[in-house]
Design a protein around this ligand. Structure first.
Ligand SMILES: Nc1ncnc2c1ncn2[C@@H]1O[C@H](COP(=O)(O)OP(=O)(O)OP(=O)(O)O)[C@@H](O)[C@H]1O
Ligand SMILES: [Mg+2]
Length: 255
């Protein structure tokens, strides 16, 4: 299956976060955040707890409204609501820490549900696509089971297949491995590394620095609702520029 489904205008990155501010009451969760992600690029977001990583992902997917600024996907501004929003949201796949599969539906049904309901894909076509994607993430044999019959790592790979079934232009991952037992982390990261190698545009919140080194084109470091620095992983890990990034790295790299 081709991942080349973007007609992004020449010169405009696929994802543009343009001076975005997000308030929760008086609290400023995102303070003038700008970030661009080119088609096929993989950006890892890291930073201390509460720095705004999840909030940024949720605004890009319009699970949160923004206070000011603009977010464009493939040249189109994200509307705050309405049918156009549903269509644009389908272009952004999201994978969370908790897998959120429908427990009373089979694995196959979990993956076909959105393409059939939202995209009006014929059932047979959606099932063929689902089988292809489930094979691709290594859980093709589990298609007729229910989520509770799968391991956490298998369920998270199903969640990735489910997001891919909408043929998104960009995939957001918010700490996709942090709820998993250690032995299952790599099977999920391997799928993500492969996706990246196949050219998927990805924004990934993770503390897995091995993944960042292997798959990221760029690391963006967030602190207190701001992106303080961005650099290729080798450069960021060996020569962080800000004291806050140095402090953060000294804490996580000693564990
Ligand atoms: N719905 C909300 N209402 C009020 N404050 C919120 C809400 N959601 C997030 N916040 C606050 O916004 C800040 C950023 O939260 P966010 O979840 O984006 O951080 P994070 O970087 O993802 O942290 P973590 O690493 O712990 O997941 C936090 O201080 C949080 O308490
Ligand atoms: Mg978070």
């Amino acid at each position: 299956m081709s991942l080349e489904n973007s007609g992004v205008p020449a010169g405009e990155p696929l994802v543009v976060v343009d001076h975005v501010v997000k308030h929760y009451g008086d609290f400023v969760a995102l303070n003038d955040v700008s970030l661009t992600v080119d088609k096929g690029e993989v950006v890892v977001l890291i930073g201390p707890s509460g720095s705004g990583k999840s909030t940024l992902c949720r605004t890009i997917n319009r699970l949160e409204t923004i206070t000011s600024g603009d977010i464009r996907i493939d040249g189109e501004s994200l509307p705050q609501e309405g049918r156009k929003l549903a269509a644009l949201r389908a272009e952004v796949g999201m994978v969370f820490q908790s897998f959120n599969l429908f427990s009373h539906k089979t694995i196959l049904d979990n993956v076909t549900l959105a393409p059939v309901k939202v995209k009006r894909m014929p059932k047979k076509e959606a099932e063929d696509l689902a089988h292809t994607l489930l094979d691709r993430v290594g859980v093709g044999a589990q298609a007729d089971k229910y989520p509770a019959q799968l391991s956490g790592g298998q369920q998270q790979r199903v969640a990735i297949a489910r997001a891919l079934a909408m043929q998104p232009k960009v995939m957001l991952f918010d700490e996709p491995t942090s709820a998993l037992d250690p032995e299952m982390i790599n099977e999920v990261l391997d799928v993500m590394v492969r996706l990246a190698a196949e050219g998927m545009t990805m924004i990934v919140v993770t503390h897995e620095m091995g993944f960042a080194r292997k798959a990221a084109d760029r690391v963006a470091f967030m602190s207190d609702g701001e992106i303080l620095e961005q650099a290729p992983p080798e450069e960021f890990f060996s020569r962080p520029r800000t004291d806050r990034a140095k402090d953060f790295l000294s804490k996580i790299l000693t564990h």
